[in-house]
Design a protein around this ligand. Sequence first.
Ligand SMILES: *[C@@H]1O[C@H](CO)[C@@H](O)[C@H](O)[C@H]1NC(C)=O
Ligand SMILES: *[C@@H]1O[C@H](CO)[C@@H](O)[C@H](O)[C@H]1NC(C)=O
Length: 541
Amino acid sequence: MWCNMKGTLMCVLVFITSVVCEVRVDPLVLVSSQGLVRGHKASDGDYSLFLGIPYAQIDPEDPFGPASDPAVFKEIIYNAIDGTVQCPQMTNEHESADNEALDCLRLNIYVPFKASVAKPLPVLVWFHGGGFARGSAGEYGVSNLVKHDVVVVTVNYRLGPYGFMCLDIPTVPGNQGLKDQYTALNWIKNHIGSFGGNPYNLTIAGQDAGATSVLLHLFSSNDRLFQKAIVESGTPQSEGMFVNSDVNAAIKIAGHLGFNTTDTQEAIKFLTTTPHDLVTAAAYELDLQLKPCKERSFSGIKNFVETDPFSLTNTRKVSRTSVLIGYTSLERDSLSSDYFDSDPFVTKLQNNFNLAGDELERAARMVRRFYIGDHAVSKDVINELEQFESDFGHNHPTERVITQLLEENANVIYEYLFNYVGDSGAKGAGHSAELNYLFNMQNVVPRRSEADQVIVDRITTLWTNFVKYGNPSPRGATDLIPVEWTPVTTEMRPSLVIDSDIRMEGRVYKERMAFWDLFYSMYGDLSKLSRDCSNSPYMCC
Ligand SMILES: *[C@@H]1O[C@H](CO)[C@@H](O)[C@H](O)[C@H]1NC(C)=O
Ligand SMILES: *[C@@H]1O[C@H](CO)[C@@H](O)[C@H](O)[C@H]1NC(C)=O
């Protein structure tokens, strides 16, 4: 069953292996142009794992530049048993883990036993979160998803200084990490059939930075290598997900490491010979915001992101892609202790809009009164402040993107609000809360109550139905999910509220969202990200 036409020889191999070792037959797959891959069987379900398959390679002489095709395996059979390799993480160097490597462009494939080359299953490709600075493919246990008969692929991509420096030079124009993801999608399209996945039934999905990535793939002018998209708690307009290019980033990092130069090429040359943990630690200490950016164009170089996040457009792709999108009920639930020291309303607007002086004061007053009335900024109004942070950072950006998708003739959009907190006593579901039900997250011991297990069953059923049929509730209400999830239209914006009592709700947070709709109709043009900064070497204003 692991064979295709090209792999007739492999059928023989698999056959021989199975005769010789009757106890345990590890699946063997031929990846054309790379070689044979051996996976193994899962201990927690009826599926096989192929971990750490290289889908591209980074040039050690130019780790900031484009990746190239993966090398042919050195071994006769590549043992795909290590899914823990991570791209260099942008943390301080003391936290740098042994499994971090520059050679990190790998993916993990999880295949239900039921899949075969003759009867391939739909594919879910997961891009991890972590603010484009941290995270890896190996953090996600997928047994609850694969049991619904979908193939799952999780993908590493370059992060921080290696993935997201935007230097306005042809070799490092920006968004290398997104281009890695696109390379991975191409690999998956070409090879997933040999693993029993259907390359024409493919959903890209992600959370946080992964969700932002999904939307950037949807809007990019590259080929559409997917049919459906899942977007969880992240958009290019969400706070901290998109930046104006910092063309001096390489110079700053080199300088921080003791190499003084004003020449970006010199800096790059220095950083290439510097151990990666020092480079990422320097970027971390400098608090550089290395994220997706609008790239400068160079002849012969294909851009990934060509506009600011407010101007993204691709009607042709959007109108053919089904989208499942949403957020959690309390995206920002941990305000730091110094949060209350300054006026968060002024700070927020100052950081995000070209507003100053009286105009800034006036706008900030309006927002302050909306959220906390005449109260002073203090812990007494922490709930309201958390709402403000969640609305500004995530909720309204998601609603804006939905509007943008509708204007682009969206195919079909299903919106959700995740509000389940179980017996945690939390006021609302925080950022990433839903991941604990979709996946078995690494380092989280899944101690699930019966009620928690119902959420697992519901969310994995809804998500995989969407992956399979482009509709999370294709048969309407069922025993497990007693509501039909109806899509958003230009007139109506229903959300599925995922909670102990699962239900449909019309236009969630409607007053708060209407407030920000009005705010953006007044000040949207002044957003620091919507301004065309292409001719300025520095961040606008
Ligand atoms: C780099 O420049 C700074 C100030 O511009 C100076 O203090 C420092 O000594 C220089 N370092 C080296 C290694 O030249
Ligand atoms: C995708 O897979 C599902 C379930 O296997 C199937 O019903 C559907 O027709 C497939 N869609 C396409 C476009 O192949």
